[in-house]
Design a protein around this ligand. Structure first.
Ligand code: 13P
Ligand code: ZN
Length: 269
């Protein structure tokens, strides 16, 4: 028995998460248990799902998140591998229900897999997105090699230096990652401080933010769109590094060429 039985829409959603997890592994961005995915699946919560008994004790979130009352999330399990999740999403992740106090959750399916250690950031961001009336349902954290490497250069951590550089490597990057790349200074992984700084950066109108010397955190309508934004940004980082390893500093598109892209594609930033 699985929560996915007789719920084709939810099964499709979880299938998308599994597919994206496979890409993260293939990209080399998901060493060991690296990275995590959560998706707000409340729209799939029918009466039977709402009546499902908990299979864990109530677990403290660590903060109170008023917009999450009665919400349901699929969460990657802590210490679980993306490459395993790709094949067995319900053995390497679980569905949680946020309790009425908005400060605890319980696991309801399929197995008592403890959610990711980055749950503070994921849930705080979902709480923020709901508060904004956003259509975004998915958040993805991963360790993309080239982007993380670039975050070791203090020059690139200044606001929008990296955004501009990455956009200038290939026209599509600005078109498909139109809000660029926000910066979150190094913080202890899984901390509430990291969660707070992540929200601040996302509130500064970014869909993808860099956790300095760690990875990126992206929000989007669905898991594939979140993956795509990271993918196009990392592609630009890779092009930059290829040029540097050939021994030259890439020219980059001109400001005029980038403005033209914004006009033609009606870009938000
Ligand atoms: P989890 O295995 O707890 O999801 O942690 C992976 C990670 O990337 C932490 O930043
Ligand atoms: Zn990480």
């Amino acid at each position: 028995m699985s929560i996915l039985d007789n719920r084709p829409a939810l099964a499709h959603e979880i299938g998308q998460i599994a597919e994206a997890a496979g890409y993260l592994w293939q990209k080399g961005w998901a060493e060991r248990n690296g990275g995590n995915i959560t998706v707000n699946i409340t729209e799939h919560a029918d009466e039977a799902m709402r009546a499902m008994p908990a299979i864990s004790q109530p677990i403290a979130i660590g903060s109170t998140l008023p917009n999450l009352r009665g919400c349901y999330f699929y969460c990657k399990g802590t210490q679980k591998r993306m490459r395993d999740l790709a094949r067995w999403p319900m053995a390497n992740g679980s569905v949680i229900r946020i309790l009425d106090d908005c400060a605890h959750y319980e696991i309801i399916a399929d197995e008592p897999v403890m959610p990711t250690s980055e749950l503070p950031s994921h849930l705080a961001v979902h709480n923020y997105l709901i508060g904004k009336g956003s259509t975004y349902k998915a958040s993805v954290h991963t360790h993309p090699i080239e982007l993380v490497a670039m975050s070791h250069n203090p020059e690139f951590l200044k606001k929008d230096v990296l955004t501009k550089l990455l956009w200038s490597m290939i026209p599509e990057t600005k078109a498909f990652a139109p809000r660029g790349l926000g910066m979150v200074p190094y913080m202890l992984p899984s901390s509430n401080e990291l969660a707070a700084e992540t929200i601040k950066a996302i509130d500064d109108n970014y869909d993808v933010v860099m956790w300095e010397k760690h990875g990126v955190f992206a929000v989007e309508n669905d898991v594939m769109s979140a993956f795509d934004q990271i993918d196009v940004l990392n592609k630009s980082a890779n092009i930059y590094m290829c040029a540097r390893s050939m021994g030259f500093v890439p020219d980059g598109m001109s400001d005029e060429q980038m403005t033209e892209i914004s006009t033609v594609f009606h870009l938000p930033k």
